[in-house]
Design a protein around this ligand. Structure first.
Ligand SMILES: *Cc1c(COP(=O)(O)O)cnc(C)c1O
Length: 384
């Protein structure tokens, strides 16, 4: 059965292609450069470096492997403690466990939904008083909104703890003129299919530390020492991006500004049309902050609106529209229930009330109107 546009499924976050991707793929095949050798990889790295500034890029096969490698570069190992924002996707935290280290989760502040600088400092002090200086801090720029990176770096620097900035969702976001990913000692990006730009699957490390960028390249390509035979003096990984993915990335990177503009337009339309409904609120950008608005998220206050975020989600689902609760905090996840947690209920409440709306750059006006129409119908049901 073919669904008419008014019934076709609307997804949370689709990739958008402009056709140049296929030209790069054809060229890669013609040259026979479809694996981890090829000019698209170095070109993609150089173009991304130019775009965000602030360090060298190492293109990898996922954001998760980028986090794993970055933690290795920071020297994280068995029994170390790593502080991590609790309100995030599991891939921010899981690599801590890959390395046999202990995650310590910290709550968010309400302005950006990211890790709270004051709580971060309290956590560090408490961990020190218990006998361990945390080995690293993982901050996240959730849904594209930059964390309070200036304040966070100040706290981290005071204790000499390196920061890994998980910018998987925030490519192109910035505070004043500085791009997300470049605030931390190491930053990572993701080019998974649902992110602002995609390479099919991919990620990257960014760092201005030359020793680390060299080491990252070495470890990501099986740690082959410089001999005619395969000689290994450290454990390596197969984490490099392939040339086909990089070709897709080159085409996508060209469109980054357009794709961000469209996602920001989605946010602005939703806010204009829904911002006045009782109990619905949107996250604004603090002064000088620029979010790529990867996903538009709303908070639904049931006491004010008369319906919760789950009622809304189901109403959208009834109309074949995908929406999703915001990330469930790590300290509330079964896998991390025994990990230390610092903070209150901010992240927990954002999870309880937060809903991500369809945010693709491919959304048409009709599709946005369909989403908005569902809200108005729900609102009429409650207030009639
Ligand atoms: C997507 C995402 C990752 C993981 O990236 P992949 O490329 O999917 O491995 C890590 N952290 C956050 C916050 C993400 O949203």
């Amino acid at each position: 059965m073919v669904l008419s546009p008014s019934h076709r499924r609307i997804l949370l976050s689709n990739p958008e292609f402009d056709g140049k991707e296929l030209r790069f793929i054809h060229e890669a095949f013609e040259l026979g450069h479809i694996a981890t050798m090829g000019s698209f990889i170095t070109e993609f790295e150089a173009r991304l470096e130019e775009r965000v500034g602030g360090g060298s890029i190492i293109a990898l096969n996922s954001g998760t492997s980028a986090i794993h490698l970055a933690l290795l570069l920071l020297g994280v190992g068995k029994e170390d403690e790593v502080i991590c924002q609790t309100l995030t996707f599991a891939a921010s935290a899981n690599p801590i466990v890959y390395l046999g280290a202990q995650p310590i989760f910290v709550d968010s502040e309400k302005e950006t939904w990211n890790i709270c600088p004051n709580l971060l400092e309290e956590t560090i002090l408490d961990r020190i008083s218990r006998g361990k200086l945390p080995k690293a801090i993982i901050t996240v720029n959730l849904f594209g909104m930059p964390a309070k990176m200036t304040e966070l770096m100040e706290v981290a620097n005071r204790y000499g703890i390196p920061v890994l900035e998980d910018a998987a969702e925030s490519l192109g976001s910035r505070i004043n003129k500085q791009y997300c990913g470049t605030f931390g000692d190491i930053g990572i990006y993701s080019f998974n299919g649902n992110k602002v730009i995609t390479t099919g699957g991919g990620g990257a490390i960014i760092t201005s530390n030359v020793k680390w960028s060299k080491k990252a390249r070495h470890l990501a390509t099986q740690a082959k020492d410089n001999y005619p035979h395969y000689e290994h003096s450290s454990i390596g990984y197969n984490y490099k991006m392939n040339n086909l993915a990089a070709g897709i990335g080159l085409a996508q990177l060209d469109c980054l500004d357009v794709l961000i503009r469209k996602r920001r337009n989605n946010f602005n339309t939703y806010k204009a049309e829904l911002g006045n409904l009782p109990g619905i609120s949107f996250l604004s950008e603090p002064d000088g902050y620029f979010s790529n608005r990867w996903l538009t998220t709303i908070m639904v206050d049931e006491a004010e609106s008369g319906y919760g975020k789950e009622a809304l989600r189901l109403a959208l689902e009834d109309n074949n529209i995908e929406s999703r609760p915001v990330w469930k905090p790590m300290h509330l996840q079964p896998i991390y229930s025994s990990a230390p947690y610092y903070g209150g209920h901010t992240a927990g409440q954002i999870f309880e009330r937060g809903l991500c709306l369809p945010s693709s750059s491919t959304l048409t006006k009709e599709e946005v109107d369909r989403v908005i129409g569902c809200f108005h119908k729900q609102y009429e049901k409650v207030y009639r």
